[in-house]
Design a protein around this ligand. Sequence first.
Ligand code: DX5
Ligand code: ZN
Length: 219
Amino acid sequence: MTLIAPSLLSADFGKLSEEVKLAEEAGADIIHIDVMDGLFVPNITIGPLVVEAVKKSTNLPLDVHLMIVNPDKFIEQFIEAGADILTVHVEVSLHLHRTIWSIKEKGIKAGVSLNPATPIYSLEEIIKDLDLILIMSVNPGFGGQSFIPASIDKIKRTKRLINKNKSNTLIEVDGGVKISNAKEIAKAGADILVMGSEFFGQKDYKKFMKKLREKLNEN
Ligand code: DX5
Ligand code: ZN
């Protein structure tokens, strides 16, 4: 089954707790939280305090996507705040193996994200250690951008690399995912679809999730 992870970046921050609860009630599988530092990406979003608040509003796993230049410095804080999956970007990790294991040692899942221009072969040596690969299908920083079509082939190649290594690594796809392209992305090999503007732009999250699941289950 393809898992759906609404991205809080497009939620109404004035009533974040309610938004999270509504997403859970609608049948979302994971809550995706985008952490941006204004350095790695040209935007600033949220920190561990907000993650802690979100944790109190839901039983769903929290998938924390760190778009920050110095992830090592903050790993512990985000785990303490309640992250269940912590994802760092390969572009800022000098010692990725150490970083990944410092996350896994704390008993949560570790992911690595790739920008659209970053090749998947950068993960070849470490693939067996990864719980998750987060493929950015837009340049990170903002919600509501268009899906980069070349991402489909990248997802397929990532899937091949995972299979070749007999690894259980999951593929998550983030950026420009809509009900209209969800099936194609899942078919290419995505296990988790992040949806920001498409999900929180809906009036009725439950209705939307039902429609989305139907689409994903079509042959
Ligand atoms: C972008 C973030 C995404 C963002 C996706 O840098 O990593 O998680 O919320 O938003 P949409 O689904 O609107 O492209
Ligand atoms: Zn994200």
